[in-house]
Design a binder for this molecule. Sequence first.
Ligand SMILES: [Zn+2]
Length: 136
Amino acid sequence: MNVCGTCNAIVDTFNETPEKRAVCQKCCSTKRSHDCAGDIKGEGARVFMSLKARMKDPGKPYIEIKNCLDINRDLDKVVEIHQIIDRRNNWYYKKVTDYENGSVIRYANKPLSDHTGHGATKINNVVDCKNYVEAI
Ligand SMILES: [Zn+2]
């Protein structure tokens, strides 16, 4: 279901394209609000849903949240990344675990001001997350 991100009215997106979003008939907004729910049944199924969110005032985002799978090139492994960058509260959290065995590869939970010189502090260096579903 496609819902207006401004007024929560249902938006008809049948003729929508990535280049031209449908306009909400109630408030003329092109923002969208997305809800996601799932019910998966089956033995041995393993599901992972990626999330990337930014909340911002005009300018730099004050919170960035990332929950995704990625490939660690150095280890040649799929890793699970949980990261929160909270600029308003000067806090940085990141936990990287091996997707297969759950071992922690990297952990940081510290003031953002102490986290310098890493890729995550560069706004243009956010990893492109992908949805990932694997059946074992
Ligand atoms: Zn609307």
